[in-house]
Design a protein around this ligand. Structure first.
Ligand SMILES: [Zn+2]
Length: 415
């Protein structure tokens, strides 16, 4: 297959990443690209142009997930997928997500350059709204593809201005029925996503690529504790119903449950704790807090939630406060596909790249693609583990190693 773009290798890819980074709602080097914003639409157009130049055929679904297809010699076979996202949270950098999209495209172009003819088609996927900035929910596009988010629930999503998903996606030109976004199992043969690690370990250990065996998934809750307020001086200690004192016990119970799970992969965090009325001389009458519990193993994670619930009951009874818990979401952790991991490992060895198996501790689109297809991820290092900041950085060598391993893996999977 002929491409109209001279293949410039890693230099070309780096300049494409820089060009994409400049399509931003903020002054460079800051990248801000919220889904369906003018910058998002221009970025999509830029990436689609590069895909078309590489001879790929573009298709978009009703929520804007974009599929750029390199037709295989047996086009009736389910394709192999790769890709990630190009939206970016406010004040972000240029590698998160984009490395998996433009790096995935570069892997395809490398295969084209070597005259490789895939048996299965290879589809580069650009997922809509991996970041939760606009609608408060992460991985919107892949979540809908995996039927983890229903069209009804998607229709209820609104941004801060009160604009609904339906209106915004229509304005962006994505008009089909939302029901059509769900992808049946079997539509993709396999899927592999390249991404920066967003942690420091590959760089610290001097390892070229990480082969992701598990993707941890969070369960998050909103917990409201209602006690009894009063004057901090006037009301003596006996009989107090201090909501913050109760919350403190609950926070420590969560920490203890996460620490004693028996696995290093269990983490539990209270990131928000709002105290009412919030005055120095007033007993806290009400606390609203969030919990975020993550693990690679669903049962183990759910045991932490159960321990928290038991602690809530005990604290509530002993202190005479009311504790209500709302489960916001509890997504399934992902076990990555052994066959793809074997292909990734063989590819790393063949490419002469050092590698280690590791766990992804943040959400990724792959978490939801894994509901419909065997999935794995390939991590490359990022400097200092920094991500979601303008100084996020991955060197051309790191990206080049990732592209090399990804290209070989796609060649293996597409046969
Ligand atoms: Zn990302």
């Amino acid at each position: 297959m002929k491409t109209t773009r001279p293949n410039l290798g890693i230099d070309g890819l780096m300049s494409e990443l820089m060009t994409l980074a400049k399509i931003s709602e903020a002054e460079p080097p800051v990248v801000t690209r919220v889904v369906f914003s003018e910058a998002d639409m221009r970025a999509r157009a830029y990436v689609k142009g590069l895909c078309t130049a590489a001879g790929l055929t573009i298709r978009e679904d009703a929520v804007g997930n974009t599929f750029a297809r390199w037709e295989g010699s047996e086009p009736e076979l389910a394709p192999v997928g790769t890709g990630s996202h190009i939206d970016a949270i406010p004040n972000a950098g240029l590698y998160d997500g984009c490395v998996g999209v433009l790096g995935g495209l570069e892997a395809i172009r490398v295969l084209q350059k070597f005259n490789f003819k895939p048996r299965r088609s290879i589809e580069l996927v650009i997922f809509t709204a991996e970041e939760p900035t606009r609608f408060g929910i992460g991985c919107l596009g892949s979540r809908m593809m995996g039927s983890v988010l229903s069209p009804e629930k998607a229709l209820a999503l609104r941004d801060k201005e009160g604009c609904g998903l339906d209106e915004l996606r229509m304005q962006a030109g994505f008009t089909g029925p939302l029901e059509s976004v769900a992808v049946p199992a079997g539509r993709f043969h396999q899927f592999v996503e390249m991404h920066i690690e967003q942690g420091p370990y590959l760089e610290q250990e001097g390892i070229d690529v990480g082969l992701v065996t598990h993707i941890a998934a969070p369960a998050s809750q909103i917990i409201v504790i209602e006690g009894e307020g009063g004057h901090a001086g006037g009301k003596l200690m006996p009989g107090r119903k201090d909501a913050l004192a109760a919350a403190s016990e609950l926070i420590l119970a969560l920490e203890a449950a996460a620490k004693s799970s028996g696995a290093i992969d269990t983490v539990g965090t209270v990131g928000i704790c709002e105290v009412f009325p919030g005055a120095v001389n007033s007993i806290p009458s009400r606390v609203r807090m969030t919990t975020d519990v993550r693990d690679t193993d669903r049962d183990r994670r759910d045991r932490v939630l159960a321990a928290l619930e038991a602690a809530s009951k005990e604290i509530s009874a002993r202190r005479g406060v009311t504790i209500t818990t709302e489960l916001v979401n509890a997504d399934p952790p992902t076990v990555c596909d052994p066959a793809i991991l074997a292909a990734l490992e063989a590819s790393a060895i063949a490419a002469g790249k050092s590698h280690k198996k590791m766990v992804a501790r943040a959400y990724h689109d792959s978490s939801f693609v894994s509901c419909i297809a065997p999935t794995a991820m390939l991590f490359i290092p990022c400097r200092g583990g920094v991500s979601h900041r303008p100084d996020e950085y991955a060197s051309p060598e790191w990206i080049g190693s990732g592209v090399h391993v990804l290209a070989r893996t796609l060649a293996t999977l597409a046969g």
